[in-house]
Write a protein that binds this ligand. Structure first.
Ligand code: HEC
Length: 197
């Protein structure tokens, strides 16, 4: 028994590669499962770097997030159904956030040049006050936008924008109504109370 133990210790002593404070480290072979994990991680790392960083085949988190946002916006926009532009339908659209968001996009790209980004007016009249040249009721605003006032410099938009965008931008303009932005153009037309919206 005693001899056995000594031989074990001396065999082990051969393998000790260093000893610090009585803790001995042996020169053991690394287990295969460990080695495979290690080499696998390196191979994965190289592959990952190639796919996302070097060749950029895969989308970055920012890109895939943007793609999802675009998809969601498109899905929402296609959910907006347009029928007849009745006062009720327009009032309902004005309460629909995705219709209003689409309308805002249209307004910024198409209308802001003449009505200012916030609707305060420049070439075209102020859309944020209570005064209207062609009526401030939802269906009247829609008609002005859809058919325009060609001889006064307001183009007809329905032929260019189509029904959906024309109604959506009407919904957005209905929300501008009565916001009375600072520095807006002086009132033009007849006063109509905000409560008529
Ligand atoms: C080229 C300049 C121009 C562009 C672009 C333009 N408008 Fe106008 N808009 C005008 C002018 C000018 C008037 C005033 C017409 C008048 O004097 O009768 C007007 C009038 C209006 C009115 C009626 C205001 C009232 O007091 O009754 C609305 C509503 C309106 N525009 C909305 C829009 C929307 C929405 C768009 C974008 C789709 C748009 N406009 C784009 C020039 C423009």
């Amino acid at each position: 028994m005693k001899a056995n133990k000594t031989s074990e210790t001396s065999e082990a002593a051969d393998q000790v590669i260093h000893e610090v404070d009585g803790i001995q480290e042996y020169d053991n072979k690394l287990p295969n499962w460990w080695l495979y994990t290690f080499y696998g991680a390196i191979a994965f790392g190289v592959g990952y770097w190639y796919w996302y960083e070097s060749a950029q085949i895969g989308a970055s988190p920012a890109q895939s997030y943007q793609a999802e946002l675009d998809q969601a916006a498109a899905a929402q926009a296609s959910e907006i159904t347009v029928g007849e532009a009745t006062p009720e339908a327009l009032a309902a659209l004005a309460k629909d956030p995705s219709a209003v968001a689409l309308g805002k996009q249209v307004f910024t790209s198409t209308c802001a040049a003449c009505h200012r980004n916030d609707g305060g007016g420049s070439v075209g009249p102020n859309l944020t006050d209570e005064f209207w040249l062609h009526g401030g009721a939802p269906e009247k605003i829609f008609r002005t936008i859809a058919s325009g006032v060609p001889d006064k410099g307001m183009p007809a938009w329905q032929p260019q924008l189509g029904a959906l965008k024309t109604q959506a931008v009407t919904a957005y303009v209905l929300g501008l109504k009565g916001t009375n932005v600072a520095g807006g153009k002086v009132p033009q037309g007849e006063r109509e109370s905000v409560s008529s919206r």
